[in-house]
Design a protein around this ligand. Structure first.
Ligand code: PMP
Length: 361
């Protein structure tokens, strides 16, 4: 058995071991084709099956109705920052954004290159330590759309309750918390997420788009940048990231085996509770950096009493088999990423390690 660490990386992130084992098993001969899945045509019946199954499973796990299309695109979530305004921010309209961290501000910057943007709320002056309450986000009824970032990977905040923009389409970057807990997905007109945290490897971005928004895509936009191109062709307009989609399909199957979104949510709740409870018992030592009611289930951020102790913590954690705990280079500190595939045991063992470390340091 290969030695596996507890991988708390923020993304690309840990994947279910059973999925990796299946990849290994199937790698040289995918289901009797005599070829690896890396070598098969994206027009083959084998890939057709992977593609449609992955789409159907996304729909099933998230409980989406038929009025949503699921797309598998390249270019990462960062390409969506541009594609969204390209498709849905026409001249004369204003797009409304909520700025809750580095990824939101990148999305804003891209939209500003395309058209008019209004930032309805920003927690920048508060070091992004919170997300807004729904009442703090006022979205004019004539806005093109409202854009939110459901989980702020770097700053460790997450919405419990989303704003309510009325009839204005709401668009969410769910890159770091998609399929991690139940949500009322009917509130959103478009959801996008890079797969590399909760759903698979890097290389594919999941876009979930409601038919009424899809109908607004302009016809004169470059083909690859128009959502309708990909929707009409079932994400097979050009060569898709076959291997990444294949793994996404297996991660979704793994989620289903776990008991679907309910069970995954339960496990994620227990994981984050274990870490936050431990932090709350020693809040002078493990200092949370965000407001308690904005705490993320996925990325838990904290500072230790000194940078020296943080360095020591990271080194000792690594030696004990816990890796990927360094905070983002722009904020420092410690960040514990607890995506779907991190087992509860990983969070428990890390909490024990943290307690021991505090007592001896
Ligand atoms: N949005 C969020 C919330 C993210 O965490 C990330 C990546 N960490 C991105 C967008 C950018 O994703 P990508 O690297 O796939 O472009």
């Amino acid at each position: 058995m290969t030695k596996r660490v507890y991988n708390f990386n923020p993304g690309p992130a840990t994947l279910p071991l059973s999925v990796l084992q299946r990849v290994q098993q199937e790698l040289l001969d995918y289901r009797g084709t005599g070829m690896s899945v890396l070598e098969i045509s994206h027009r083959s019946p084998e890939y057709e099956d992977i593609n449609t199954s992955a789409m159907a499973l996304t729909r099933e796990i998230l409980g989406l109705r038929d009025n949503f299309k699921v797309l598998f695109l390249g270019g990462g979530a960062s390409t969506q920052f541009a594609m969204i305004p390209m498709n849905f921010l026409p001249t004369g309209k204003t797009a409304v954004y909520v700025d809750t961290g580095s990824w939101s501000s990148k999305a804003i910057k891209e939209a500003q290159k395309i058209g008019k943007v209004q930032v309805a709320f920003s927690s920048k002056a508060e070091n992004y330590k919170r997300v807004p309450k729904p009442s703090e986000v006022k979205c004019p009824s004539e806005a093109a759309y409202l854009h939110v970032t459901s989980n702020n990977t770097i700053f460790g905040t997450q919405y419990d309750d989303f704003p309510n923009p009325g009839n204005v389409p709401m668009i969410a970057d769910m890159s770091s918390d998609i399929a991690s807990r139940r949500r009322d997905f009917t509130k959103f007109s478009l959801i996008y997420a890079g797969a590399q945290k909760n759903l698979g490897p890097a290389g594919v971005t999941i876009v979930i788009i409601r038919d009424d928004l899809l109908a607004r895509c302009p016809e004169n936009l470059s083909t690859m940048f128009t959502y309708t191109t990909h929707a009409k062709e079932n994400s097979l307009y050009n060569t898709p990231p076959v291997f990444a989609v294949y793994i996404v399909k297996m991660v979704l199957e793994w989620m289903k085996e776990q008991g679907g979104l309910n069970a995954v949510e339960k496990s994620n709740f227990a994981k984050k509770e274990r870490i936050y409870q431990m932090m709350d018992l020693s809040s002078e030592y493990y200092r949370g950096t965000v407001d308690p009611d904005s705490r993320s289930w996925m990325n838990i951020t904290m500072r230790l009493p000194s940078e020296e102790l943080e360095k020591k913590f990271l080194a000792e954690a690594k030696a004990a088999g816990f890796i990927g705990l360094k905070g983002h280079r722009s904020v420092g500190g410690i960040r514990v990423s607890l995506y779907n595939a991190m087992p509860l045991e990983g969070a428990e063992k890390l909490a024990e390690f943290m307690e021991k470390f505090r007592k001896s340091n």
